[in-house]
Structure formats: C-alpha cells, structure tokens
Design a binder for this molecule. Structure first.
Ligand code: GDP
Length: 706
C-alpha cells in the first residue's frame, strides 16, 4: 500500500441518489477568485513564468506557473506533467495492474445505504471495519478482489482504496481532509448572488463581470465559464458564482459541495422585501453562510433604501447600522454605482471570516457547471476548495473519470494548475458530471476507472432503491453517543397568520431531547425552491391550508425522500411531525427486567484442570416473565443487589436451553458468581431501546415524551 501516499486524493464526496439529476440537468452554476498579496506569492511557488507585473492583479498568479515544471511542484505531491504517471513511494515497485475493474464478488457483506462513514488518508483496515460495521476478514477479501495487498490490517490505506472498499460493502463515504502539518494561506472568497425575481441579480452580476479580470484583460469580452473573478487594486480578488438564485445554491449544498462563502442578498429599493428575499435568507441561514445586502435600483425615483433596511430588520436581520453585523450597501446595477463599496464590503466580510486554505498537495475541488462541447467534449468548471489541481492528472469527478488535458482560467487562458477559490474549466473527462460533484486526483488511469465504476455501481444501486442519501450535518457523527433529535421543518401556509400559528405550535414539540427547527416559512403553495431547501437541510415540508403541489413536485420530493405533510388542522400537523421525529429518533437504550427466578437449591460442580474452577449452579424456578441464556443476570438478596454478571449456562433437565419461561425450573450459572443462597432472586436483564412517544392530553395539548 505504498502507493497510498502518492495517490493522496482529495475532496469530500457523498454518494447520493440520482434524483438530483433532474435538478442539475436544467441548471448551470457558476464560480470565481480573490488573491491576497501573500496569496499571490505563495500560489506561484517556484515563480515559474511569473512577472512582477502580475502583482497588480491577483488572478494573474493563477496562470503564472506556465508550462515549466519547478522543484516546488514536489510540494504538491505530484510528478512532472510530461511523465504522466506517478511513481510509487516506498518499497513497492510494481505499478498497479492495469486490468479492467472487475466488480467485487464478495457477497457476505450486507449493504447499508443509510450509513455514511468518514474516511481519511492513512486509515487502517481495522478502523474501516469498525466504522463500516463489517469484519476485517470480509474487508480483506474485498481488498484482494480490487487487486490490493496489505501486509497487516494496521497498514495505512489510501482514501481511494478505503472508498472502494466502503462502496463494495454498500456504505456511503465522506472524505475527510486534514490540514495538520500543512501550511494554510489566505484565499479569495466565493460569492453567490440571491434575491427576489426582477430585483436585479443578473444585472448586478453583469455589472460586476464588467469589472472582472477577464473583462479587463480581454477588452470587455468574457467567455461563459460559470464563474468570474473580480480583482481589486489592493491585489485581493473575489470569485463570483455566475448563477443567481438559491436553486443552484441549495442543489450544490445538497450534494455536499459547500462552495459559497458569502451570499449577496439583492433587494430592489423600489420593491422591498419579497417572498424570495426571505427564501434566500433562509437558504443562507440554514447553510450558515453570512449575508451582505445589496439594496439595488437606488437610481430609481421610487427607491427607498431606508424602508428596505427597516423591513429587513423586522425580519430579524441584524444590520450593521442597527448594531448588528450584516453590511448593507446601496447600489445601482444599471448605473454601475456602489459596486466598489459592495466589493469592499465583501472583502471585509471575507477578512472577518479569515478564509484560508491549504495550497500544497492534491486538490479538493467541486464541479459548478458542466457542459458538452462538440469539439472539445465534456467541459467542467470547477472551483478548488483546497490544494492544487494540475494539468495531466487523472481525475475522478463524481462518477466520471478522465485525464486533465487542459485547464483554462476564468479569462480563458491555458494554465497548468488551479489553486483555492480559483474557477477553472477542465477538459479531458470521459463523461459529463453533475454540479456539486467532487473532483479528486488519482495516481493512475486504472485507479480512476475503478473508482468511477465503483461509484457508478453505488449510484445505480441507490437509484434503484429510490434512495437519496442525505449529507450528515456534522462530521463527527458517532453512533454510540445518544443524539438530540433535530427536525428541520419548512412551513408554507395560506396566510401569514396561519403560518405563524403552525410555526408556534410546532415549537411546542421542543424538549431537551427534541428540537424542531423551522428553517423557512412562507405564504403560498409549496414550490420547487422549498423542495430544494428541504433537500439541502434534510427538512420535511408542512403545507397548511395550501393547495396540493403538482405531481411533478410531489414526485421530486418523494425521490429526494422528503416528507410533505398537507393538512388543514394544526393537531394533525403536530401528530405527523411528531411521528416523523419518533421515526428518526435513535431511542434511549434502557435496561429492563424481562423475568425473575427464585433460587430453590444450590449445586456445586467440582472443577478440575481440564474443566476449570468449581462452579455453583442455582437451581431456580422462573416466577415472572422469562430468563434468557444471553442476558445479564442480577442476583438479589432481601431486595439488595449482591452480584451482576452474564449468564454462562442455562439448562433445563440437563439440556442447554436459550430461554426458560415462567413456571418452569432450570439450572442457572452466572459467570464468576459463587455466592448463591436459597431464597435469592435472580433477575434477567434485557437491553431495550425506548423510542419517544407522542402524548396527547385531554385538553388537546401535545408533546413528545422521551
Ligand atoms: P433578476 O431577475 O433578479 O436577475 O433581475 P434582472 O437583473 O433581470 O433585472 C430585472 C429588471 O430590473 C431589468 O429590467 C433590469 O434592467 C432592471 N434593473 C436591474 N438593476 C437595476 C438598477 O439598478 N436600476 C434600474 N433602474 N433598473 C434595474
């Protein structure tokens, strides 16, 4: 497994179901970058092809490394592009066998599509077995099938191999990347523009694009890439994703691609806060992405920015000028005024967030847009989150693979590598990936084929199951820790009053163990945007007194495993939401007394060298419930506990039995217990999981009892 470190793949992947396809089919998402002065210096490691003039604008550093292979490239863990193959480190000299991927034949393992495990570079087979809940030997068999040999189960595995093995046992993976021991440097922010229809999102992006690096350098002509980079005189830059609106934003999020750092919320000064304004706020909030407000159309005679600010404040947005931390900038996309202020506000927000990324090492990138070009084949715009993507690398993108033939920057120029927050277009994939897919570099074509084929297989399995795997919200989901049950809910109602009433009623279900989190509320029918948000944050949708959504929307929700609750009576809403919570709740493990036996007699079996130590047998009569051979027994004397331990033998008339019911006699041995007395009581303890209960009182009040 020495190739593992040379492989060193990156990025975070969730295997997700196919119903996202429809969402992405019709959309395009875009990207962009900012370079701090020190970022420029660092991102041009080796200085190849980098001239002093490039410091005027950070984006130039993206192209600075040119075709020359420098010594510092070793820092990326990569080999010169010409060689096209990675050399394995360590003692293993043979390259991987370039045989086509044969699907694994190990059948002993059972698929667990609901389970997502975290994998990381260098994890051992033992760790993988523990996380996936499979035996080490079954995983070893899979390793052999995928052509991988290990000396011991403690040998570090590459992330690719871990993913391959995990996919074979049917669990989903989340790739973890450590920056431990690696240098992290400031990176540009990635910004998405959202807001109500016609409030000027597209116009604002157009206006900003004209100030972009590409427009400046190409005499105002920009090619469509899906993202653009605005360079500032300070040398800093901002990457703008080119698709406005929250559909693309939540669709990316639903696939685990948290690319956006800041949301620009566009509100028209002559129209004020509208339903989609609030939707956008909910999307940003639920993704934990800060907002900078752009009050647009300030040139219009009817513009009233102050009114907009008051409306926003009354919706709970803590604006800076009212003592909060949300910046508000007045702009006019039409007249191109206030754009500098907006860019400054974004950089200030970025500085406060202290955005940093690892530049060295393999890239962790995401697809923001993919299209098919007649001559060039699949073209994929990606944004690098960390590390460096290099031309010539073999990559797996979602379930597609290929070898990067060319990388083009936002200005359409060829470059050798892409660094964090840099939007680039890559060429050379065999198929079209989807927006939000991860991009990982692998060390050989064979490995790329294998991973791609494994992912396709898993994807298809999930699709057939109609299963969409939701992305875990936290990275350290350990199964053993009892969790607080959180239920995200979107509430849509006929009028504001009922929406409020339903929201208030839902919060009455809250308790120390249960948290109902209303992520978005709105007046009107359930929309595609609600489904997108629900998908992104694992919410259910409550439609109160609204007309049923169209079949296409219901089907989209079903495909994404989103529960849609439609009612006209609040109590029914509460009952359904409570039942969803109960379904979701892992329950509390509890010890329960399954039965009791009374000790009537005591027998002693003398031990020997071959038989072991002396054993005391309690001759009992089961007086309550049953006693089980596999259970823990508690010995009570005059009501006091004397001993507790596992049952090591249970016999009825000299026959070993698994269980003895009330009214029957049996011989019972408790491991290491030799202190029985006639008249003692032995309790059989059983582990049960107690689920919360929906309780309705006579007054009509409801609650969930945990
Ligand atoms: P979107 O739906 O949010 O993307 O909005 P658009 O960018 O398509 O703009 C909707 C309409 O508002 C168009 O007719 C624009 O010309 C107009 N518009 C956008 N920004 C401004 C502005 O700053 N001032 C004025 N007066 N009109 C604007």
């Amino acid at each position: 497994m020495n190739f593992t470190r040379a492989l060193a793949t990156t990025s975070c992947r969730h295997v997700v179901g196919s119903s996202f396809a429809s969402i992405f089919a019709s959309q395009s998402v875009y990207a962009s970058a900012r370079c701090m002065p020190d970022f420029i210096n660092h991102s041009c490691i080796g200085g190849a092809g980098y001239s002093s003039g490039t410091k005027e604008c950070g984006i130039r550093c993206f192209h600075a490394s040119s075709q020359v292979w420098s010594r510092s490239d070793a820092a990326y863990g990569l080999k010169p592009p010409k060689r096209e193959k990675y050399v394995r480190k360590g003692s293993r000299n043979q390259p991987p066998v370039d045989a086509p991927h044969v699907p694994c034949k190990v059948t002993a393992t059972k698929s667990n599509p609901d389970k997502t495990i975290e994998i990381f570079e260098g994890m051992t087979l033992v760790e993988l077995a523990k996380r996936s809940g499979k035996s080490v030997s079954s995983l070893q068999d899979i390793l052999t099938t995928v052509g991988e040999k290990i000396q011991s189960e403690f040998e570090p595995l590459s992330m690719d191999i871990s993913e391959l093995v995990a996919m074979e046992v049917g669990v989903n993976v989340k790739r973890l990347h450590s920056t431990e021991g690696k240098e992290v440097l400031p990176r540009p922010p990635v910004v998405t523009v959202m807001g109500h229809v016609d409030h000027g999102k597209t116009s604002l992006l157009d206006a900003l694009r004209q100030t972009s690096v590409a427009a400046k350098e190409a005499g105002g002509i920009t090619q469509h890439l899906g993202a653009f980079v605005v360079g500032m005189s300070s040398g800093a830059s901002i990457t703008f994703l080119d698709t406005p609106g929250h559909a693309a934003f939540s669709a990316m999020r639903a696939r685990g691609a948290a690319v956006t750092d800041i949301v620009v919320l566009v509100v028209a000064a002559d129209d004020g806060v509208m339903p989609q304004t609030l939707e956008a706020v909910s999307h940003a909030k639920s993704a934990n992405v800060p907002v900078v407000v752009a009050v647009n159309k300030c040139d219009k005679p009817g513009a009233n920015p102050e009114k907009v600010k008051l409306q926003l404040a009354s919706e709970g947005l803590l604006l800076e000028e009212m003592g909060g931390d949300i910046q508000v900038v007045e702009v006019s996309a039409l007249k191109k005024t206030g754009l500098d202020n907006l860019e400054e506000a974004l950089l200030l927000q970025a500085d406060m967030m202290d955005l940093k990324a690892r530049f060295d090492g393999p890239a962790q990138a995401y697809v923001v847009e993919a299209r098919l070009d007649k001559g060039r084949g699949p073209l994929v715009t990606t944004i690098v989150k960390a590390g460096t993507l290099v031309c010539g690398q073999h990559v797996v993108v979602g379930s597609q693979w290929g070898k990067i033939r060319a990388i083009k920057d936002a200005a359409g120029r060829l470059t050798q590598r892409a660094t964090p927050a840099m939007p680039v277009e890559i060429e050379g994939l065999r198929g079209l990936p989807m927006a939000g897919d991860d991009v990982i570099a692998v060390h050989s074509e064979e490995r790329a084929r294998m991973l791609s084929s494994g992912r396709k297989k898993k994807f298809e399995e999930d699709r057939l199951r109609g299963k969409i795997v939701h992305i875990p919200t936290t990275s350290d989901d350990t199964e053993e820790v009892p969790k607080r049950v959180e239920m995200a809910v979107i509430v849509k109602g006929d009028v504001q009053g009922t929406v409020q009433a339903v929201t208030d009623a839902l919060t009455t279900l809250n308790s120390p163990q249960v948290s109902v989190n209303v992520v978005h509320v709105g007046v009107g029918p359930i929309s595609q945007s609600d489904v997108d948000l629900a998908q992104a944050c694992g919410a259910c949708i409550v439609g109160f007194n609204v007309k049923s959504p169209p079949i296409s929307l219901t089907q989209a929700a079903t495909r994404a495993s989103i529960k849609v609750i439609m009612h006209r009576v609040i109590y029914h809403v509460l009952e359904d939401v409570a039942n969803l919570i109960i379904e979701k709740a892992p329950g509390t493990p509890e010890t329960q007394v399954a039965g009791q036996a009374e000790v009537l007699n005591i027998f002693e079996v003398k031990g020997s060298k071959s038989k072991g130590p002396d054993v005391k047998i309690a001759g009992c009569k089961v007086v309550e419930g049953f006693v089980n051979r596999s259970a823990t027994m508690r010995l009570l004397r005059s009501g006091e506990m004397v001993f507790e331990g596992p049952c090591s033998s249970l016999k009825r008339e000299k026959q070993d039995v698994d269980s003895v019911k009330k009214g029957n006699e049996c011989g019972l041995v408790i491991n290491n217990c030799c202190d029985f007395q006639i008249g003692d009581v032995i309790q059989c303890l059983e582990q049960v999981v107690r689920k919360p209960k929906f309780i309705k009182s006579e007054s009509g009040a409801v609650r969930i009892e945990c």
